[in-house]
Design a protein around this ligand. Structure first.
Ligand code: GTP
Ligand code: MG
Length: 310
């Protein structure tokens, strides 16, 4: 093959969305054969669905192919969609409603995730929902590492009618957590949301720090945190899976918030994460404002992956 043609193929390979690639695949001859299955496998892997999810979907398609005669390529997209929905629904606890929870009080959320994914913005979104639901909200500024992180949280606190417990930049995040939960107990706050750093000097330091905060919470208020929310940027690829594994190991993630779905999101990786870690997606962020937040609608999400819109 000439280098020019090869280059062209490489480019299309890198570019296509899952929706585009499925459309292209369905335009081929009607026959379902090994070549088509192989091509579909490549498409699903490229969409960050991961080997395990891909195999599940392929098995489903092959099963259908042997069971029925006259199976057409045009049905492939529907089968991929159904496969994705099955996996996302396997993990109970996904929700299409927004918070706040009623009990116990205070209800404590700990937010975790690598830097820049949208943790602090998501806190504002959660705080706004809770505030709208008539709950008193306390934010805890335990990202003491990044410059201006505390001020950023205070600005959001002001906009969403939430108080903020803070120390100085560079102070021990676990001490802030300690004071935050003690204050929540004294003030009888309904909802507490803890902001954490996305980066420290090393990843090991970050995990150790998060573990320590987690222990401090349980000591001050047994049973807390009630939820550890892993914030994931939907535009991240394979990296998100290793991030999710690390955070789950360190602090036991209970739910995922998928942010930046308003962008040119890929998001296929989230299916792989839900399948491997058995952690539900709870909410999605779709913008930079504190009202750009909603529950996770499994069908809509699957549609947006296979159709390219929601
Ligand atoms: N388009 C879009 N942008 C978002 C969304 N959520 C957050 N952002 C933006 O992403 C950037 C990072 O958001 P932060 O909330 O500061 O992220 P963080 O995880 O707290 O980052 P660190 O504190 O540095 O670890 C900001 O510019 C946000 O406005 C979203 O759902 N959609
Ligand atoms: Mg932040």
């Amino acid at each position: 093959m000439g280098w020019f043609k090869k280059l062209g193929e490489e480019l299309t390979k890198d570019r296509g969305t899952l929706a585009d690639n499925l459309n292209r695949l369905m335009l081929g001859t009607q026959k379902i054969d090994d070549d088509m299955i192989e091509e579909l496998e490549e498409i699903l892997i490229q969409a960050d669905l991961g080997v395990s999810v891909t195999n599940r979907i392929l098995e489903r398609i092959q099963e259908k192919n042997t069971l029925t005669s006259g199976f057409e390529r045009s049905e492939v997209k529907g089968l991929v969609r159904a496969g994705i929905i099955d996996i996302l629904k396997l993990c109970r606890g996904y929700t299409d409603v927004v918070p706040p929870p009623a009990t116990p009080s205070p209800y404590v959320y700990m937010m975790v995730g690598v830097n820049g994914v949208g943790k602090t913005t998501t806190i504002a979104k959660l705080a706004h929902c809770a505030n709208q639901g008539g709950k008193s909200v306390l934010l805890v500024a335990a990202d003491t590492f990044r410059a201006a992180a505390i001020e950023q949280l205070e600005i959001w606190g002001g906009r969403t009618n939430a108080d903020v417990i803070r120390h100085r930049q560079g102070s021990d995040p676990s001490a802030v957590v300690h004071d935050g939960l003690t204050a929540a107990k004294n003030r009888k706050s309904d909802v507490v949301i803890i902001d954490t750093a996305g980066r420290l000097q090393t990843q090991h330091n970050l995990m150790t720090e998060l573990e320590k905060m987690h222990r401090v919470m349980a000591k001050v208020l047994p049973g807390t945190p009630h939820e550890v929310l892993l914030v994931l940027d939907a535009t991240t690829g394979q990296n998100a899976l290793s991030q999710a594994r690390l955070f789950k190991q360190a602090v036991g993630v209970t739910g995922i918030v998928l942010t930046k779905l308003d962008g040119t999101a890929k998001g296929g990786i989230v299916v792989a994460i839900v399948e491997e870690l058995n952690v539900p997606v709870k909410w999605v962020g779709s913008g930079e404002g504190h009202t750009d937040f909603s529950g996770f609608n499994v069908e809509e999400f699957a549609d947006s992956l296979v159709e390219g819109h929601s």
